[in-house]
Design a protein around this ligand. Sequence first.
Ligand code: PRP
Ligand code: URA
Length: 209
Amino acid sequence: MSKITIMDHPLIKHKLGIMRRKDTSTMEFRALTSEVAMLICYEATRELPLAEIEIETPLAKTIAYEIEGKKLCIAPIIRAGLHMSDGILKLIPNAKVGHIGLYRDEETLEPVEYFCKLPPDAQEREFYLVDPMLATGGSACAAIDILKKRGISKINFLCIVAAPEGVERLQKEHPDVDIFIGALDEKLNENGYILPGLGDAGDRIYGTK
Ligand code: PRP
Ligand code: URA
């Protein structure tokens, strides 16, 4: 079964409180999406393997560390995931980025794929798939299907707000994918929105509603 990590850091709780408010501006919401993603990524990368290397400081030789193992790839689900990847790239600036375009059909709530562009060496990389919202789980599961079909085997999923329904579906369909969640909310409403949630993440990031 996959590992689920729910954030309990005060900075994440504070910033999420501002994101949830209905009167938070587009500019502030966008910046906070990136900041919270960076903090979730800090937790999600906690177990990356390290190698010891010998270096020279200006005063002496010493042992330092560098991240070893698979190279990383950040994969935002367009649109709303894009601002998460901005924040994450501040922590891991040499990661590659693969984009997955999906939208949720408003009638059926089923994800529709419209774009996928991954780095040429994607199969050799560990993936951090990012999307602020895990609601029914349809988009996350479809994005993971897309990655697995292209031969990617090590995938983590990072989101800012999740519904229990989405977590359950993701764990059931992809038990090999570890999940990192900013906050686990109560439930979905009849339109597939997370309650209490923060509304439509894409619309709030881009000011489209
Ligand atoms: C939102 C969100 C997720 C999806 C989550 O995107 O960013 O991708 O809904 O819902 P699900 O778990 O029920 O699939 P949306 O489809 O609204 O597209 P957008 O990012 O272009 O606004
Ligand atoms: N997508 C969003 O952006 N928000 C939700 O609450 C559910 C899906």
